[in-house]
Design a protein around this ligand. Structure first.
Ligand code: FAD
Length: 425
């Protein structure tokens, strides 16, 4: 039976991943009177292919809207272990990053994290349309008339503001006439869960393990400890190189598992292998439109170096709400707020994304990876900066780029002497 309801909302969000729920929660926290609805084709809790790592930026974002209890009983990860060609391995503690209180990472399966965020949104009064897919949209006198449906129902929703948070293959983005990224601005990654009884013991603590440019040439592999013996493993490569070299992502994962085992790490019950595309922020996307906005993967907000996207998507949702929550009286006022949202997001992250794109290109060259890890071994500031690029919003300033360039050409022995002097002073 097809029923056609007509609903009216101030804000309609398509996609209940972290970008969508962060948008919904932020609007409700800033103005509880706004009528907000969220649509997702999945029924939650649902899995999402991801490394499941969230850093200091996400912790800060949760605290800002008072929902940090989502992190209760989650074991924190306190360090990173980077390795690359030449068998160099560097351990570093998560550095203190700009304006964030916690130098901590959590690895929470997305099935759990996204569900908890959705429940928070619903408890704030957000109308729940999970289990409905977005079918299409057209302009209306109010804003947008959107069609959603499932096997039983077809619903029309009128909304003053439409938010596309529907992920890497966003249909809202397409409907707004925004082309998807070229392959050079996409990556492909596979995730699997394994049990490892000795992972934490192997690293002496809960550490995020990254292996650069080894199991996957020009890509990176990870093994992140979650709760108990659960470890999230995966591997990601730039999509253009993946296609050009006819790579097999499952094979790359097998190679990585063998590498882990050769280190003495026990890997049991490899399961839930799932690959997906990541739209990288190396391509700039128009995110504010006439009474519409894009956030998260639908807006290509994925760090081109680390593949991290949860933080940027959640932050975009908050910045969108902050710039528009009090501008719903007229269409012109709302569009003014949408332009402010785009400007604030770009001012904050443009240089960071550019620095990460550059770093990614540099790290695609095995010699440069080896060299960087060698430098980082003797120079803490360099490794702290790399971790900030991976997890936060640092960017290369001209002075930093110059100093890093000097370190690249400086003999390693000189760096060693420098590091001894620094540690003894
Ligand atoms: C293998 C892999 C590892 C990764 N590791 C990390 C990591 O460790 N840390 C990190 O921060 N990021 C990581 N990322 C990136 C991260 O997963 C994304 O950036 C993040 O999920 C983006 O959130 P989002 O809310 O924009 O989109 P999503 O989480 O993809 O959510 C989009 C939602 O939209 C819904 N949807 C899609 N189409 C429709 C439709 N037509 N109608 C209705 N609903 C629809 C989907 O069901 C989905 O729930 C990884 C990505 C991959 C692929």
């Amino acid at each position: 039976m097809v029923i056609d309801y007509l609903n009216q909302f101030d804000i309609l969000i398509i996609g209940a991943g972290p970008a969508g729920t962060s948008t919904a929660i932020s609007f409700k926290k800033l103005n509880p009177d706004l009528e907000v609805a969220i649509v997702d084709k999945s029924i939650f809790p649902r899995d999402k292919s991801c490394g499941d790592a969230i850093g200091p930026g996400v912790v800060h974002a949760l605290k800002r809207v008072g929902i940090e209890d989502i992190l209760d009983n989650q074991p924190p990860v306190i360090s990173t272990s980077l390795s690359g060609t030449g068998e160099i391995e560097i351990r570093n503690y998560i550095p203190k990053v700009n304006n964030k209180e916690d130098s901590i990472v959590y690895v929470i399966p997305r099935k759990e994290l996204d569900y908890k965020l959705l429940i928070k949104a619903i408890n704030l009064g957000v109308k729940d349309f999970t289990g409905y897919r977005f079918d299409g949209m057209e302009k209306s006198s109010e804003g947008w008339l959107v069609q959603i449906s499932n096997n039983e129902d077809s619903i029309s929703i009128n909304s003053k503001l439409l938010v596309g948070a529907d992920g890497a293959n966003s249909r809202v983005r397409k409907s707004l006439g925004v082309a998807s990224n070229y392959d050079k601005d996409k990556a492909i990654a596979i995730r699997a869960y394994v049990d490892s009884p000795n992972f934490v013991e192997h690293f002496n603590e809960r550490s995020l393990f990254f292996e650069i440019n080894l199991s996957a040439e020009k890509g990176y592999a990870w093994a992140f400890p979650s709760k108990d013996e659960l470890v999230n493993i995966g591997i990601g490569v730039p999509l253009d190189l993946f296609k050009q070299n006819d790579m097999d992502i499952n094979l790359l994962l097998d190679i990585f598992v063998k590498k882990l085992e050769s280190k003495g790490i026990v890997v049991r019950d490899i399961r839930d292998e799932k690959s997906y595309v990541l739209p990288l922020a190396s391509s700039s996307t128009i995110i504010s439109h006439d009474q519409a906005a894009l956030v998260g993967d639908s807006a290509s907000m994925v760090n081109p170096m680390s593949g991290e996207g949860i933080f940027y998507g959640m932050e975009a949702g908050y910045i969108l709400a902050k710039n528009t929550y009090d501008k719903f009286e007229t269409k012109d006022l709302l569009n003014e707020g949408l332009n402010l949202f785009e400007r604030e997001f770009n001012n904050r992250f443009r240089k960071h994304f550019l620095s990460c794109s550059l770093a990614r290109r540099v790290l695609e060259i095995p010699f440069m990876t080896r060299r960087l890890l060698n430098i980082a071994k003797y120079n803490k500031a360099t490794i702290d900066f790399v971790i900030e690029l991976l997890f936060d919003e640092a960017h290369l300033k001209i002075k930093d780029a110059f100093l890093l360039g000097v370190k690249f050409i400086m003999p390693i022995n000189l760096l060693k002497i420098g590091s001894k002097n620094t540690s003894s002073s």
